[in-house]
Write a protein that binds this ligand. Structure first.
Ligand SMILES: C[S@@+](CC[C@H](N)C(=O)[O-])C[C@H]1O[C@@H](n2cnc3c(N)ncnc32)[C@H](O)[C@@H]1O
Length: 210
């Protein structure tokens, strides 16, 4: 995460190799969505993607639209949804399935998880999920989960960002017993639930939720 020369807004950006990955997967025939705005938003517009950008800052949207107008970049397929992603994404859940999702908005716990849940549920099979700033705690936690989640396959990763390919489709809702791959460490001060106790509870549960 880098702030630019304008103390009021800043110019948000990530690494060049992340933009190259976005460019591989976004184009005129694709539906894409990002949380947060910045250079990535300009890139999606320039690539002609049918792109939705969720940001709480109308000033950022105005600035991006102004920049694109100045540079002759067509923004007719760019839509800004102004608001915090936890408010906005649930009401967009009936939208078209997505080819690519970039999660780079609010990085505090649990927002990356909420962004993943709502936007990732719209990701089509073989669609690409990109998480930026993976060293930040909540994003690192999200990656640790995704590294184990069989619904996603690790695609590419640097020290700054990670990309996953979705290998299923449909919503991402699951109950805990559908996630045997997820064995979170016990919160400090609490003893871990013994594996035997978990197996006993699991035996009493249906194999799949209805
Ligand atoms: C790191 S910048 C995004 C950089 C951009 N992806 C790029 O590569 O150019 C973070 C962005 O998240 C936005 N943001 C902050 N809180 C948010 C929230 N709750 N929902 C959506 N976006 C949020 C900020 O306004 C800012 O646009």
């Amino acid at each position: 995460m880098q702030a630019g020369d304008d103390p009021e807004i800043g110019i948000w950006s990530t690494d060049r190799d992340c933009y190259l990955l976005l460019a591989e997967h976004a184009g005129p025939d694709t539906h894409t969505l990002e949380t947060g705005s910045g250079v990535s938003t300009v890139l999606f517009a320039a690539l002609g993607a049918r792109h939705t950008c969720v940001t709480p800052a109308q000033a950022e949207a105005d600035r991006i639209l102004g920049y694109c107008a100045e540079k002759g970049i067509d923004t007719s397929s760019l839509t800004f949804e102004i608001g915090c992603s936890d408010d906005v994404l649930p009401r967009l859940s009936g939208g078209p399935s997505l080819d690519l999702v970039l999660i780079d908005g609010n990085h505090g716990y649990p927002t990356p998880m909420l962004d993943w849940y709502y936007a990732g549920s719209r990701l089509r099979r073989d669609g690409i999920l990109v998480l930026d700033d993976i060293v930040l705690p909540a994003v690192a936690h999200m990656c640790a989960f995704l590294d184990r989640d069989p619904r996603f396959a690790a695609d590419r990763r640097t020290e700054k960002w990670a990309a996953y390919r979705r290998v299923t489709d449909g919503d991402l809702r699951q109950d805990w017993f559908e996630q045997p791959f997820y064995t979170a460490p016990a919160p400090s001060g609490l003893a871990a639930v013994p594996g035997r106790a978990l197996r006993k509870i699991r035996r009493t549960l249906p194999a799949r939720r209805p």
